[in-house]
Design a protein around this ligand. Structure first.
Ligand SMILES: [Zn+2]
Length: 193
């Protein structure tokens, strides 16, 4: 329901006021990295723990941000929000995890058992500036937010990947809700060292 402007508070907002002395204007995002194989250097890592529920064990999640380099060592840009977890799944009938893939890409094949050991190992590799090789793929995703098509389960959203995205595209139009969504580069496969 709309509110009459005359009813709005006239006292100053102090707690969350904008910082006009150091204001940062929104800028265009850089074009996503072309699909390819790069050397990635993690710049930071944060951890999250998804509690055990519905009979599924707890899952440790690491959220990494990387800088990408070509074979000559030239910086090409950044990849943000690279999420890896220790959730076990089957690959050719063998139990694996994305977190173990990441450690092996660093050349670390130690068998960490506790979540704390895994997190400490990842943190140590990031802090040491250890690089790894990975294949990246561009991806655009839409959950049709704020439209009548909105979904809460990301698996039910619209996704387009890799060479289905035109070269150089920074945005794609979602065919479901017609919104423009950003194209991001994501780590598709980590290469064991
Ligand atoms: Zn959409």
């Amino acid at each position: 329901m709309a509110i009459d402007i005359n009813q709005l508070p006239v006292t100053p907002d102090d707690v969350s006021a904008e910082d006009f002395d150091n204001y940062v204007d929104a800028s265009e995002f850089p074009p996503p990295l072309a699909d390819g194989t790069y050397t990635l250097k993690p710049l930071k890592v944060e951890f999250d723990l998804r509690e055990a529920q519905n009979g599924n064990p707890a899952v440790l999640v690491a959220i990494l941000g990387h800088e990408a380099f070509d074979d000559s060592g030239n910086s090409l840009g950044k990849l943000s929000f690279d999420r890896i977890s220790d959730k076990v799944f089957l690959r050719s009938d063998v139990k694996v995890s994305m977190m173990a893939d990441q450690l092996r890409a660093w050349g670390d094949s130690q068998r960490y058992s506790s979540k704390q050991e895994k997190a400490l190992a990842i943190k140590a590799h990031v802090e040491a500036g250890d690089t790894f090789k990975a294949v990246t793929k561009r991806e655009a995703f839409c959950n049709h937010k704020d439209t009548s098509h909105e979904v809460t389960d990301s698996k039910k959203g619209w996704t387009v990947k890799g060479n289905k995205i035109p070269d150089g595209a920074t945005e794609m139009e979602c065919p479901v809700c017609k919104k423009q969504v950003r194209v991001n580069s994501k780590v598709d496969r980590r290469i064991p060292k």
